[in-house]
Design a protein around this ligand. Sequence first.
Ligand code: AOF
Ligand code: ZN
Length: 366
Amino acid sequence: MDKDIYYMEKALTLARKGVGYTSPNPMVGAVVVRDDKIVGEGHHRYYGGPHAEVYALEEAGEKAFGSTLYVNLEPCSHYGKTPPCVFKIIESGVKRVVISMVDPNPRVSGKGIEMLKKAGIEVTVGVLEEKARNLNEVFIKNITNRMPFVYLKMAQTLDGYLATSSGDSRWVTGKKARQYVHRLRHRVDAILVGIGTVLKDDPRLTTRLSDGKGKDSIKIVLDSKLKIPLTANILNQENDAPVIIVCGHRVDSHKKKSLKQLKSVEVLSLDLNEYGQIPIKELLINLNKKGISSLLVEGGGRVNYSFLKEGFVDKMLFFIAPKLLGGSDGVSVFDGKGAEVMAKVKKLKKYKIEEIGEDILITGTL
Ligand code: AOF
Ligand code: ZN
């Protein structure tokens, strides 16, 4: 195998160790190689912490002299929470730097590479670029658009239903698929459901990974009329992951006050749209201001429909169980008026099909 690809795979594996903890910063891994041996490695562990390159170069120490550094993002050239990595790279005597992708952060974007080249370091860009872009899709969207990256996840039957006519949805998909969803919950900053889901399923929306680890993300409920019962599981949890209840302005003020008094609960009031629903764009702008860079929407048909209709889905994940409801009275994945003619249907541009345990996962973008 090409050596650059081999070592960049290592850097990407290291980068993935930061999943769930680096937001809104990227996941970055770095490997220092001299005489075809890894002499230092590191990854960005948490937001505001040292960058991957720093750990790797510190581990390498004097062995960094004359080495090649592999890193999945262009090394930074700016003073952020930490000083520029390019200085450290130059000082360490690194001979060559291999990078997957140019940093989309306008404060860096190309300047890091330029500074390295000026210092006489050989620079190669674009190794495993697509993989690196996929890994940091959230960071890329955020730094360029200032909006959260939205994952829309559905667990459905083969004939397109989230639940039966009686509302039963436990469980559509198998254990493996449900574990996958917990890994997604760990990965994102926030999880969002509609009030319908809260009233029907009373979910906890916690992250339960098989190894017991995992971060509980912020929980968001779209509840325009503030119908959530104070006894809902989501409001009464041991951990202190914040809960944001999003509603309109004309709601019961006593209820609003009681909710605000609960531990870690916040109420966000927005102007409702002409249909009396929470406007998704304003919601996302508000969430972004709160530092939320990625959002996992776990439906309800109506919430799924709103996100799709308003055009704010970055990636869709269809977990499809090989099961049939066998009628037309279930809860549809998208609950609302669909396209009238085939010429107007939405098409997935790119998609990937995988088997997850007994289920099928189709991941795609519109
Ligand atoms: C990271 N980790 O390993 C690399 C980053 O505020 P700072 O100092 O942490 O800078 C964050 C920016 O640094 C980030 O937006 C990206 O452009 C660049 N590279 N960031 O958090 C890393 N290499
Ligand atoms: Zn840096």
